[in-house]
Ligand binder design. Structure first.
Ligand code: NI
Ligand code: MN
Length: 225
């Protein structure tokens, strides 16, 4: 049984019973995180892009737990130069890890390190685990190719931003859900900062009205998929 924990923002932990995969582990400076960074013990870390609210505690966690960081090539090289174990991939690429396959998708956004250095394109990711397929869109605006991602990968779960300003808002994430047609859609990237307010219950109501299953995961909550 695969478990999914929501740290808050775009940060999640997938636990398949054997491997723990942290996604965008922004914890220490995250005002809405209730989980402590010491309590996250990942075997793998997936990073969608280099912005601080996604890269977060990646370097510390990777070094502490000897975790492999999976991300786009440019950001991977930047992290490798900091002594982190990496697996570099790129948009469209698929690779089989011990927990299942990962496929990188496009995301319309940007990716720069704090020093201004270009970190390659941002991405989304599809985890094709043994029992579930999970699509984490990353930070992105709405794009029509989400239909293709839905058709090819047929996600059980879609994690989608609703906070607006930097990413899709509720309106666009409702449309994104219609494009991808996941079995269940879970909102993320809202209320972390005053500039990205959104009511996740409104999102759930709106997608349920269109026939989709949806749920809000509370900060720090773990659900079984
Ligand atoms: Ni970003
Ligand atoms: Mn972000």
């Amino acid at each position: 049984m695969t478990k999914l924990t929501y740290i808050s923002h775009s940060a999640f932990i997938i636990d398949d019973g054997t491997y723990k995969i942290a996604i965008d582990p922004y914890i220490t400076n995250n005002p809405t995180a209730t989980i402590k960074v010491e309590d996250v013990k990942p075997d793998y870390i997936f990073v969608t892009h280099a912005h601080g609210d996604h890269l977060g505690d990646t370097v510390q966690l990777a070094k502490q737990h000897d975790a492999t960081v999976i991300t786009v090539n440019e950001l991977a090289i930047y992290l490798a130069n900091q002594g982190v174990k990496i697996h570099a991939m790129h948009i469209g690429g698929v690779y089989e890890f011990p927990f299942g396959k990962i496929k990188l998708t496009i995301a319309h956004h940007a990716s720069k390190a704090d020093n201004g250095e270009y970190m390659g394109p941002p991405c989304g990711v599809v985890f094709m685990l043994k029992d579930k397929t999970i699509y984490h869109t990353g930070d992105t605006g709405l794009f029509l190719d989400m239909k293709l991602i839905g058709e090819i990968c047929q996600p059980d779960v879609m994690l989608t931003p609703i906070g607006g300003n930097f990413t899709m808002d509720i309106d666009d994430s409702v449309r994104a859900t219609e494009f991808v047609k996941p079995k269940c859609v879970i909102p993320m990237h809202y209320d972390t900062f005053p500039i990205i307010p959104a009511d996740p219950k409104e999102f759930v109501r709106r997608v349920e009205a269109k026939g989709f299953k949806s749920r809000v995961i509370q900060y720090g909550e773990t659900i079984e998929l």
